[in-house]
Design a protein around this ligand. Structure first.
Ligand code: NAG
Ligand code: NAG
Ligand code: NAG
Ligand code: NAG
Ligand code: NAG
Length: 792
């Protein structure tokens, strides 16, 4: 600038030297006047100043010229000689910031030609206000900026110079900023904002300060600019929770994703600095994943099923964090409330199983425990047995119940119980559960075997096979296993003096009664067997039953003709008096049948006779009577063959021959040598008795020996009755095997025991009527009370 000024001065100096050379005669005129004078205003009077006559000016054609192409700023009023403003003279436009502004104009005069230099010194007028480049100066200042920070402001511009240029800056009073004005070394001034108090975006986001630049002119001019300060955020605020502690409660078993609570924290900062995200603080493993928190919204949700029985409350720390990591935390307490979601659990602590059936009333057989995991009323449990069983529950200490018998047990009626114990809690709705206890009743041998019938009867035909089944008895014992296992056995007894076991046997397992030997009706008709059924318990129980065995008759005995003696063995003759009238009794055929009933109901027939019209025989009496009077014409010897037939099926029969002699004198019959036999009957009897005693002695000895031998060789003696009978008519009951008037047999028999050696060879024939001991050869025949068959 100084150089420019120098060169400008140089130029002026050159011009001045030149003008001095040209116009040495006339002095130059210089005028000083303010800029911006209106056109026509008089700057000065040249005529006067140059000492010229006003009239000359016009004559000499005085005129203003400009150097080079320079603009002509002033004119000359020829009539007055005044220099007047011809054009606008703006100092700032002509000279800018030059401290002096000189315009050179030339005055030209003719006759003589003269050239005068007119120097116009244009003086500055404060016509320009200070001006800022922009009306608004925008600043962004971080709120974290320190006190004393400086922010340089734009300079204002004032076209004027010197005092009219900018002298001062100022800002209106505000709490944050001061203004510091700095003078530039090359002149001019600028200002800077100085932070006197920290900014707080959260308090005031924008500040507006008006900056004023003033010049030193008079009147003073000023220019303003608005400083817009935008406070930039700094993360100076941590998020703040709306509550220090969030407390809420939630029923257990809440479905997943149930919203529990929404926490919220606010951060006064903005943008990232105020972008709060939520998370759980370090969570213990047990709390892990139970709840989830939405990091953006702060909504806490259930993410795992809650179980009151597992954990009743959760306490967690929630952290809110802003974008740049400032954190704060709050406590979240979630109480879980109980829901009746657990049924009571019944557990059997002890059980006496099986229970003996004779257990005493009121005995404890088991102990159960009932527990409900819920709490309060949800865990109160009522426990009962809702069945008709002889057991009940008796509350014991706390949750224990005793199972106690309330009635007598009987295994034979109910052998096991399924006792259903049910437990219900008092929740709403109540939950219940049940448990079935299987209790079996152990057996006690308390039932004796019982026969199906009170007594049994068995019917067996005589001559049965040894080993044949008579009947079977069954006894039942409802007890268990060996206590109910029935064993049959024969009770000791006798039949006809022989042990029972020689007649029958019983199968111990099945109760089937077998005959051990063949029975003979003619020996005994019935007998009683006693069988005991005993169980296998300890001690055993037993019961007895009697079986009546009835032996039924079989027609196994042919009629035995006692009189007359069978043909060939002896010779007997009946005398029939010649004077016998028709219908008189001549003789009687006597026969017996060892069988009974129909089998012993005998009928008599005359099979063959010498004179068929003479004799008849009573069908059942066997009495032989004359049919008509005997006449002289009748043959003296009459023979009758009489058949005796029993009524059995099939009938058995025997025949005999009857010799009748129609005579009044025995001597008339020479052929009958043995006729004295009849007459000497009493003598014969005496002989026979003597002989019998002798023979009996001998024979009994013989028989005993034989029996011994036979018995040893043949264990099973045969029952047999066979052989001939010789009997004198007088000793026999006359109507043996007779019929009464109604035709039915009335019999009360005694029984005969026969012993035989099995040989049928007949060597000896004896009979002892009075002793009822008959001996036929080696057949031994014991008879007791023989022939009590009577007609009523
Ligand atoms: C806040 O943060 C979340 C995730 O961290 C993001 O998605 C979101 O755009 C952020 N918001 C702002 C305003 O920064
Ligand atoms: C008890 O239950 C068992 C098994 O379910 C069954 O076999 C038995 O018959 C039941 N007893 C009674 C007396 O109901
Ligand atoms: C039989 O009864 C007795 C008591 O009388 C008992 O001790 C035993 O256990 C019972 N036997 C069985 C197999 O039940
Ligand atoms: C059965 O008979 C036997 C032998 O006579 C006797 O000891 C027992 O007591 C009887 N039993 C009963 C139940 O009558
Ligand atoms: C050309 C011009 O301006 N002439 C003026 C000079 O001065 C006289 C007197 O003041 C005026 O009357 C003229 O008009």
């Amino acid at each position: 600038m100084e150089q420019k000024a120098c060169s400008a001065l140089g130029l002026i100096a050159v011009l001045e030297i030149f003008s001095l050379v040209l116009h040495s005669a006339i002095g130059d005129v210089s005028y000083s006047f303010p800029e911006e004078m209106k056109r026509g205003l008089i700057i000065g009077n040249l005529a006067k100043d140059m000492g010229l006559e006003v009239g000359d000016l016009a004559a000499r054609k005085a005129r203003m010229e400009t150097d080079k192409n320079s603009k002509r700023y002033c004119d000359l009023n020829l009539s007055t000689g005044d220099v007047i403003v011809a054009d606008r003279i703006d100092r700032e436009g002509l000279c800018g910031k030059k401290s002096s502004c000189l315009l050179i104009q030339e005055l030209v005069l003719e006759d003589p030609l003269e050239l005068h230099r007119i120097s116009l010194h244009v003086q500055d007028v404060n016509d320009n206000s200070p001006q800022f480049k922009k009306n608004a100066i925008k600043f962004e200042i971080r709120e974290s900026a320190d006190k004393g920070s400086r922010f340089r402001l734009d300079e204002a511009y004032d076209a004027d110079i010197g005092l009219n240029a900018i002298q001062e800056y100022s800002i209106e009073e505000n709490e944050n900023f001061n203004l510091n004005v700095v003078a530039k070394s090359g002149g001019g001034k600028y200002s800077e904002l100085v932070l006197k108090k920290e900014l707080d975006r959260e308090q005031k986001k924008e500040l507006t300060v008006v900056l004023v630049a003033t010049d030193g002119g008079s009147p003073q001019r000023s220019g303003t600019a608005v400083i817009l300060v935008t406070v930039l955020d700094a993360n100076d605020n941590a998020p703040v929770f709306s509550q220090a502690v969030y407390k809420t409660s939630l029923p257990e078993n809440s479905p997943l994703d149930t919203a529990v609570v929404t926490v919220s924290a606010t951060d006064a900062d903005e943008g990232v600095n105020g972008n709060v995200s939520y998370e759980f603080d370090h969570v213990s493993d047990e709390n892990n994943n139970v709840f989830s928190i939405d990091s953006t919204s702060g909504e806490v949700k259930v993410s795992r099923m809650l179980d009151y029985e597992e954990k009743t409350s959760y306490e967690m720390q929630i952290t809110a964090k802003d974008g740049l990591g400032l954190v704060s935390s709050s406590t979240l307490i979630i109480e879980v409330t109980d829901v009746n979601d657990n049924a009571p659990v019944i557990s059997i602590k002890s059980l006496k199983n099986p229970v003996p059936e004779n257990i005493q009333l009121g005995t404890e057989v088991g102990l159960i425990n009932v527990q409900d995991r819920d709490s309060d009323s949800n865990e109160k449990v009522r426990c009962s047995i809702q069945q008709i069983v002889p057991f009940k529950l008796v509350p014991s200490i706390k949750n224990y119940y005793s199972v106690v018998t309330t009635g007598q047990l009987d295994r034979e009626i109910v052998s096991d119980y399924n006792i259903t114990i049910s437990a219900t809690d008092e929740g709403s709705p109540p939950l219940s559960s049940s448990k079935t206890v299987h209790l079996s009743v152990a057996d006690i041998n308390d039932n004796p075997p019982v026969f199906e019938e009170q007594s049994y009867s068995a019917y067996v035909s005589e001559n049965n096979k040894a080993g044949s089944t008579l009947c079977s008895v069954t006894a039942r014992d409802p007890d268990w296993r060996q206590n109910g296992t029935v064993i049959y056995s024969l009770l000791p007894g006798e039949v006809n003096g022989a042990p029972m076991s020689s007649y029958v046997s019983v199968n111990g397992d099945t109760g089937v009664i077998h005959a051990v030997r063949s029975f003979d009706y003619e020996q005994f008709r019935s007998f009683k067997v006693h069988v005991m059924a005993r169980d296998n318990g300890s001690p055993p129980l037993s019961s007895n039953v009697s079986i009546s065995v009835f032996v039924s008759d079989v027609n196994d005995n042919s009629p035995q003709i006692l009189y007359p003696a069978p043909e060939g063995s002896s010779f007997m003759t009946e005398l029939v008096p010649k004077a016998a009238h028709g219908g008189s009794l001549v003789s009687k055929v006597i026969s017996v049948d060892a069988d009974s009933g129909q089998n012993a109901w005998l009928s008599y027939y005359i099979v063959k006779s010498t004179d068929p019209g003479l004799f008849t025989i009573g069908l059942h009496s066997g009495e032989i009577r004359t049919q008509r009077d005997i006449s002289e014409a009748d043959s003296m010897k009459q023979n009758l063959i009489v058949a005796v037939k029993d009524n059995g099926q099939p009938p058995l029969s025997a025949t005999c021959a009857m010799y009748l002699l129609i005579s009044d004198n025995l001597a008339e019959v020479p052929e009958l040598k043995d006729i004295s036999y009849e007459e000497k009957n009493s003598n014969l009897t005496s002989y026979l008795i003597i002989a019998l005693v002798c023979v009996s002695t001998f024979f009994l000895t013989f028989i005993i020996i034989i029996l011994g031998v036979r018995f040893c060789r043949r264990r099973k003696p045969r029952l047999l009755f066979d052989g001939a009978v010789a009997i004198p008519g007088a000793y026999l009951p006359p109507n043996y095997a007779d019929v009464d008037g109604t035709g039915t047999l009335r019999s009360s028999y005694n029984y005969d025991a026969y012993l035989t050696t099995g040989s049928r060879t007949s060597d000896f024939k004896f009979f002892v009527n009075h002793n009822n001991v008959w001996l036929f050869g080696h057949y031994l025949f014991f008879q007791s009370g023989f022939g009590s068959h009577t007609v009523s």
